[in-house]
Design a protein. Structure first.
Length: 196
């Protein structure tokens, strides 16, 4: 990998239902050098999700095996399932000259900030009643799981101040514009340009 080109790692974090995924979908096509890192998870595959595209869907044993082998940059237990960022995924994207974009809950985002030099963290937020509406509308989980995710969302909202940038997702086009401006600022700043 050419060490003279240091592209930042972007981490988009925030509570479930804040619309991280939607904003990422809107922003990714605007930057050819940006690439989404595929996380590993033990949670069940939702309809429409593909292995290797939305997540690497691992059995709990396989996840544990990879965790013990030190394959994860970070991992968490989140509402009954495990999620983790594979080091190999970041290495693969960086070797291809891309700036990896990670979508993580807040603990993982903080760990990446500590462990990866130059990581840029963006907290996406929305009002609690809006989070609840979106989680219930999404209707991919049972009501017990939705309640757990909402409780977790309330905890996570209090952590907004721990991140480099906060994006309020009230209007998604506007919020995507704000996120794109943050990405552009860090991607094209002199500190991340190729050095001779
Ligand atoms: P979901 O089950 O809704 O896809 O994801 C649940 C939460 O896990 C979301 O907040 C998502 O951003 C987060 N998440 C997804 N992949 C990872 C990962 O690799 N590490 C961490 N720490 N969180 C993740």
């Amino acid at each position: 990998m050419p060490s003279s080109i240091a592209k930042p790692v972007f981490v988009v974090t925030g509570p479930s239902g804040a619309g991280k995924g939607t904003l990422i979908e809107l922003v990714l096509p605007r930057f050819p050098e940006l690439a989404l890192a595929v996380s590993a998870t033990t949670r069940a595959q939702r309809p429409g999700e593909e292995d290797g595209v939305h997540y690497w869907f691992l059995s709990p044993d396989n996840f544990e095996h990879r965790r013990e082998a030190g394959d994860f940059l970070e991992w968490v237990d989140f509402v009954g399932n495990r999620y983790g960022t594979l080091k190999s995924e970041i290495d693969r994207l960086r070797a291809a000259g891309k700036a990896p974009l990670l979508e993580l809950e807040t603990e993982g985002a903080k760990r990446v900030k500590k462990r990866v030099e130059g990581a840029v963290t963006v907290f996406v937020t929305a009002p609690v009643d809006e989070l609840e509406r979106r989680l219930r509308e999404r209707d991919t989980e049972s009501s017990g799981v939705i309640d757990d995710r909402l409780a977790k969302a309330r905890e996570q909202l209090a952590e907004a101040g721990d991140f480099d940038h906060v994006v309020e997702n009230d209007d998604r086009e506007h919020a995507a514009g704000v996120l794109a401006a943050i990405v552009a600022e860090h991607l094209h700043s002199p500190a991340t340009m190729a050095r001779p």
